[in-house]
Design a protein around this ligand. Structure first.
Ligand SMILES: Cc1cc2nc3c(=O)[nH]c(=O)nc-3n(C[C@H](O)[C@H](O)[C@H](O)COP(=O)(O)OP(=O)(O)OC[C@H]3O[C@@H](n4cnc5c(N)ncnc54)[C@H](O)[C@@H]3O)c2cc1C
Length: 401
């Protein structure tokens, strides 16, 4: 019998002395979540503690009572977009994000891709094989249990499959009927925000940029109202990352990323790209910032582009929307109701972002190790790949992993 406390940054808050924190310190984990495999739901062990943590208010509501200057409320409200939400609909518990960020911001030596390469190297050293540029078209099932993955190059038999794509791909049947039961609509819908993202190299001029610079729009309410209606905002806040900041001369050719929040719907990129680019570069010009050369349409990835990169995601970069007080509890967990099928990644628990997606991988690994051991011990599953009866796991409370 094993319980795992919710892995979010709950332990990081409170001691900072922030008067506006809606949380209180507890020596015990404030809430333990149990993943009920039969229903696919996360159950809260101590629901009475939720009001102390979340206070049933939105992040914007918390900020309204925390700051008299609306610009500060706007600044801190942006943290909801870290997980693809609007501050006007996301719970106040997202204040945890800046509490965590106040501990320090981390980057990966050699760039983000180095993380993937290091993990791949570790896996290869332990016998893993990678098949790159090989879309998985179907997760196959036999006698109720997962038995492999189909790709264009063939069928790969497997007792256990860990799916790292958007869980909505399973729910919508993109990976076949065998995996459809793994995820319910409520685990993936409503969708989080998408984005219009420029990635380019240019010489900047006019503004002394930091590594991270945010150019705020005038009216955050209008921006998030437009997004809620599925529209591209016309006066959006822009996040600019100067990736080579500090490593090259300020007037040298260097790499940039500009992110503008977008709605999570597939759209016609041909119609969207010109107004998006005009808006962004006019706006930066108004702040005194120009780029030489000015990035063209090829530098821009739209929500539809992200939908193509992350199949069935609708371009939502963070999986299910964080809107609503109980949103975090609705994410799918590592175990699914389909025997042998597991989830990890930004669409699963605990959520999007590299640290959280990595945690979800740790949860999935723990679940697979536990289930594998129990499968081997179970007389009913002595024939590997055979039908797994409920009794092999019945009565065991599930962890999040
Ligand atoms: C513009 C942008 C900026 C971001 N900035 C940050 C940041 O600063 N900090 C941070 O922590 N996070 C950031 N994130 C979020 C972070 O990138 C994601 O949360 C994280 O990459 C999720 O990891 P993942 O492994 O779940 O998914 P991914 O990294 O998306 O990996 C999943 C992979 O699975 C592949 N795949 C899906 N379906 C199939 C299939 N059927 N067959 C084969 N392959 C398939 C996809 O092509 C993809 O390569 C950012 C995201 C974006 C888009």
């Amino acid at each position: 019998m094993k319980y795992v406390a919710v892995a979010m940054a709950l332990g990081l808050l409170t001691m900072t002395g922030c008067q506006t924190s809606p949380f209180q310190k507890s020596d015990d984990p404030p809430v333990e979540l149990l993943d009920d495999k039969t229903s696919g739901e996360i159950q809260v062990r101590e629901p009475g503690l939720i009001p102390a943590m979340a206070q049933h208010r939105t992040l914007a509501g918390l900020l309204r009572t925390s700051f008299s200057d609306p610009r500060l409320a706007q600044l801190f409200g942006r943290y909801a977009t870290y997980v693809g939400g609007s501050p006007y609909a996301s719970p106040a518990i997202l204040a945890l994000i800046w509490q965590a960020e106040a501990q320090g911001v981390w980057s990966v030596k050699g760039g983000m891709h180095q993380l993937a390469q290091t993990i791949a190297g570790l896996a290869q050293a332990r016998g893993a094989t990678f098949h790159y540029n090989t879309p998985a078209t179907r997760i196959t099932r036999q006698n109720g249990r997962i038995n492999g993955v189909q790709t264009a190059t063939g069928h790969f038999p497997a007792d256990m499959v860990l799916f790292n794509g958007d869980p909505r791909a399973l729910e919508t049947g993109l990976l076949g009927d065998g995996a459809k039961d793994a995820v319910q609509t409520q685990h993936t819908t409503p969708r989080s925000l998408s984005a219009f993202v420029h990635a380019f190299a240019a010489v900047p001029e006019g503004v002394a940029l930091k590594h991270h610079t945010v150019f705020f729009g005038h009216d955050p309410k209008a921006e998030f109202k437009a997004l809620a209606k599925g529209e591209m905002p016309t006066d959006a806040t822009l996040y600019l990352c100067a990736q080579d900041h500090g490593a090259v001369a300020p007037d040298a050719l260097q790499r940039f990323e500009i992110i503008m929040n977008g709605p999570p719907v597939p759209r016609d990129p041909e119609k969207e790209k010109p107004p998006c680019q005009t808006q962004i570069f006019n706006r930066l010009r108004a702040f005194g910032l120009t780029f030489s050369p000015t990035p063209g349409p090829d530098a821009l990835t739209t929500p539809q582009g992200f939908d193509a990169l992350f199949p069935a995601s609708l371009g939502s970069l963070y999986g299910r929307s964080p809107h609503g007080m109980m949103a975090a509890f609705k994410r799918p967990t590592a175990r699914t109701p389909v025997p042998g099928l597991y989830l990890c990644g930004g669409g699963a628990h605990p959520g999007a972002g590299v640290p959280m997606a990595t945690l979800s991988g740790a949860h999935a690994a723990a679940a697979i190790m536990t289930d594998h051991a129990s499968t081997l011990m179970s007389p009913q599953t002595a024939t590997r790949g055979g039908t797994l009866t409920g009794s092999a796991r019945t009565g065991r409370k599930r962890s999040l992993s």
